[in-house]
Design a protein around this ligand. Structure first.
Ligand code: KG4
Ligand code: ZN
Length: 318
């Protein structure tokens, strides 16, 4: 079954074709219009999706060498409602026109299952750490559609804090890759930032964010590189500590990592040096993409699972 997947939940206009042999095409257009505002502007995102979606879908079909897929799936949430509506309605209309099935996909499930697209995929039960701009959570995946939330952030998402730190340092947007790069030249022990670990397996990043923002306003503060490296060391330590605890508590040693922050070099190397079996998608498939949506939708279509209710949703628990 060849499935066209469409993703427009935030600021990436993405389309991909996934089939039995894996990814046939994966086209991602990252909207640049938001950089000037230092954050995603929902109205501009929806308009940019409208402009870019048709050429992006056409490119995905062309690169896959097909004229018509066997099914169409699209992200229905969580995300920005206006942005979601563009991709979801377009996907639904395409499916109706072609006379093929259509299915809504949960954005976080797309991220969570994205390591299954790689060689040597994790096998349920496995742990999954989803760290993105909007979400930071740790799950136990017992099978397709069977996810138990073990812990999640009580306040800010990890990616959101990366973006805020980059903004106060004037590094650019989205901030994660800039902080990641700046950190490479810094000393991770230059500033002793807090490593908040709230109850159970939850996360909390707002105290760390405040500590960084206060530090950079102080006279005689550390260099940007040292601030970035020290901040990143704190984030990575919190994430890796929780992953280890979850592995100990559940007795599961396979961990799939996904979401934009999974592209972070320090997180990747810290996880890789644990004794866990770590499944990390390549960097380009950690951030939002169509392949993860096509793949998650395809798995549910093949399983003939009952479809989620029609419509898009800004909030949608996994
Ligand atoms: O998964 P994603 O593309 O979109 C959401 O669903 O949120 O994640 C975007 C987030 C942004 O906050 C971005 O700054 C962060 O992922 N990010 C990174 C890196 N690359 C992207 N954070 C840290 N290090 C990176 N290399
Ligand atoms: Zn995402």
């Amino acid at each position: 079954m060849l499935v066209l997947g469409i993703e427009t939940s935030c600021d990436e206009t993405a389309a991909a074709v996934v089939g039995p042999t894996g990814i046939l095409s994966d086209v991602v257009y990252t909207q640049e219009v938001h950089a000037a505002y230092g954050g995603v502007v929902p109205e501009l995102a929806a308009r940019a999706h409208q402009e870019r979606l048709a050429p992006t879908v056409r490119a995905a079909l062309e690169q896959a060498g097909i004229e018509r897929p066997d099914a169409v799936v699209a992200t229905a949430g969580p995300g920005l409602v206006g942005a979601l509506l563009v991709g979801w309605s377009f996907g639904r209309a395409l499916a109706a026109g072609w006379g093929v099935p259509f299915r809504s996909v949960h954005h976080l499930e797309g991220h969570l299952l994205s390591p299954l697209l790689e060689p040597d995929p994790p096998e349920p039960p496995f742990l999954a750490l989803v760290v993105s701009g909007g979400h930071t959570a740790l799950y136990r995946c017992d099978g397709l559609g069977r996810y138990v939330t073990l812990g999640q952030t009580l306040d800010d998402a990890a990616g959101e804090v990366y973006d805020k730190v980059a903004r106060v340092l004037g590094l650019g947007w989205p901030g994660g890759p800039y902080v990641d790069r700046a950190a490479a030249a810094g000393d991770p022990s230059a500033v002793a930032f807090p490593r908040p670990l709230p109850g159970e397996l939850d996360f909390s990043f707002s105290g760390l964010k405040t500590a960084v923002l206060q530090h950079v306003q102080r006279p005689g503060r550390a260099s940007d590189a040292d601030v970035c490296a020290s901040f990143q060391a704190a984030v990575v330590e919190c994430l890796v500590t929780r992953v280890r605890q979850a592995a100990r508590g559940t007795g599961i040693d396979q961990i799939a990592v996904a979401g934009g922050v999974a592209a972070n070099s320090a997180l990747r190397s810290a996880l890789s040096s644990t004794d866990l079996r770590v499944h990390l998608p390549p960097r380009s498939r950690c951030t939002d993409n169509g392949a993860m949506i096509a793949s998650a939708g395809r798995l549910h279509l093949l399983a003939e699972d009952p479809p989620p209710p029609l419509g898009v949703r800004s909030g949608w628990p996994l």
